[in-house]
Design a protein around this ligand. Structure first.
Ligand code: PGA
Length: 214
């Protein structure tokens, strides 16, 4: 942000990045020329829902910086046309000049953004079904499995891999297996994070627990 004040960032939500956002807010950096895209959004979900990525990113970070509203692009969980919304998102990223830095969390199953383990992964931003494991994992945020939306819009693997730099953050023992697989020497679509081995500029920051099985 200091080195390239007009950076295009792609930012996560969830529990993992909360500390990072608190640190960034404390530093009082100048975000006035920064552009932000989010990684994904549950579908359907109201922007007012305090578990929507829209709400979490705004409440936990954006509203506490001097980032300009017109430079923020968050997938709209209220849209009636999710496919159009996803297509438009990739176009907006291209128009912004591409992503300089994407910051990712990792799911317990190795998902990055909401690219879930599957036989085939999708390149572009798209609407996808969440796996039972992710729904179960995210129930802690929503209160119960039933209230977790079962679909999500997500940046695709191609959108993520087109970023110039990738930073993956991982906290906690429940991420240890997924993180260890990244270092297994194999890549597999059954753990999308393992594909990060194919990108030229990836940094992983993990706490002791998340790194304990490497
Ligand atoms: P978390 O979510 O940071 O809340 O653990 C990460 C993810 O599911 O991608």
């Amino acid at each position: 942000i200091t080195g390239k004040p007009d950076s295009v960032l792609a930012l996560p939500t969830g529990a993992t990045p909360i500390g990072m956002y608190m640190e960034l807010i404390k530093k009082k950096l100048d975000f006035s020329r920064i552009t932000v895209f989010n990684l994904g959004e549950y579908y359907p979900i109201s922007k007012k829902n305090n578990q929507s990525n829209y709400y979490l990113l705004n409440d936990g970070f954006l509203s506490k910086t001097n980032i300009k509203r017109e430079n923020v692009y968050i997938l709209d969980g209220e849209t009636q046309q999710p496919d159009e919304e996803c297509k438009g998102f990739d176009e907006k990223i291209s128009l912004a000049g591409g992503i300089d830095l994407i910051i990712l969390g990792i799911g317990v199953n190795g998902h990055i953004a909401f690219n879930e383990p599957a036989e085939k992964l999708t390149l572009d931003t798209h609407l996808c079904d969440l796996t039972a494991r992710t729904i179960e994992e995210h129930a802690k945020y929503f209160g119960s499995d039933e209230t977790v939306p079962h679909k999500s819009m997500t940046m695709g693997m191609g959108t993520i891999f087109a970023a110039k730099r990738i930073l993956l953050l991982a906290n906690g023992l429940n991420k240890a297996d997924a993180v260890a697989q990244i270092f297994s020497g194999e890549i597999t679509t059954s753990n999308p994070a393992t594909l990060l081995n194919l990108h030229h500029d990836v940094t992983i920051i993990a706490d002791k627990e998340a790194a304990s099985k490497i």
